[in-house]
Design a protein around this ligand. Structure first.
Ligand code: SIN
Length: 296
């Protein structure tokens, strides 16, 4: 049966709330197409009041593409490796159940792969009563607001993304277990254009963030300065929407045009989220069609 759901914009230029949808039921084709169109239009959707088993969460996510399994497999849900646990729960022997501090820096998921994630669906199964928000920034609006000279400069550049550089930074602070050599080898450095064309909307967006370690052909100091500048530009408040979680929210973001950042919360409070990650394509930057000549 068709579902009568509403989509309401919450953010400055993106991010919408969907109410009245039940993702545990198979969506009819027309509902699915409407939801998909809303996702492409708004970039990030929060689907309220979802009651999903792991199987239902996986089945709903698969409507949008095949699922990626996170390479730090000890943090995937037992029996359902498609679900990454973002959680501060502990096993009885004290080992962390999930990645408690996942995403405490601006990033776009799995940008360190040659084919990064299309989207991610994070489902709130336990949330703290304070803190733990997730902020999102609109990389399309951030690109479009750049001066043409800066757009042109970034269009020709490829940033290098490397998972282990980020993981090891956290491991050195004692926040995560160090990686084994085998885990490091799973994700060697890759490069991607700093401006990418969205394969479905055709719109251009900035593409960089937390896993970048440099820019091809550019001295390190200059690259770090430019990467920092791009991050500061893209995360200005005019491009950001901060999401305060409600229990049983599912937030579905498009990693091709949005970055996100998780916030701290008191360690004494529980936060337990299930994340699926949808496979995407290799980023590319399509040349803009030449402007039509204006005849006098
Ligand atoms: C993530 O980066 O996938 C986690 C975001 C969050 O926990 O809010």
């Amino acid at each position: 049966m068709a579902q009568d759901f509403e989509v309401r914009r919450l953010g400055p230029s993106f991010f919408a709330e969907v109410v009245g949808i039940d993702c545990s039921r198979g969506l009819e084709a027309a509902d699915f197409e409407r939801l998909k169109a809303a996702h492409l239009e708004h970039g990030v959707l929060v689907l309220r009041n979802q009651m999903l088993s792991p199987e239902q969460h996986i089945a709903f996510s698969r409507r949008f593409g095949s699922l990626l399994v996170h390479s730090m497999s000890q943090f995937n849900l037992a029996g359902h490796p498609e679900i990454l646990l973002v959680s501060n729960d502990k096993h009885p022997d004290g080992r962390p159940v999930g990645i408690a501090d996942a995403g405490r820096y601006w990033h776009t998921d799995m940008s360190y792969r040659s084919e990064p994630a299309l989207g991610s669906m994070l489902y709130a199964r336990a949330i703290p009563s304070e803190g733990g928000d997730t902020s999102f920034c609109d990389m399309t609006a951030a690109y479009e607001a750049l001066e043409p000279a800066m757009q042109q400069r970034l269009e020709g550049l490829r940033a290098v993304h490397y998972f282990s550089a980020r993981w090891e930074r956290e491991a050195r602070q004692g926040l995560r277990p160090p990686q084994t050599q085998e885990e490091r080898d799973r994700n060697p450095p890759v490069s991607h254009p700093m401006v990418r064309t969205h394969p479905e909307t055709g719109r251009r967006a900035l593409y960089a963030g937390g896993f970048t370690i440099g820019i091809e052909g550019m001295p390190d100091a200059e690259a770090v300065e430019l990467l920092d500048w791009v991050e500061r530009w893209a995360t200005q408040s005019r491009f950001v929407h901060r999401h305060a979680w409600r229990l049983h929210d599912v937030v579905f973001w498009d990693n091709r045009c949005a970055m996100h950042l998780a916030s701290n919360y008191p360690e004494t409070m529980r936060r337990h989220m299930h994340r699926t990650t949808i496979a995407g394509d290799a980023p590319y930057c399509r040349p803009q069609p030449a402007e039509a000549a204006v005849s006098a």
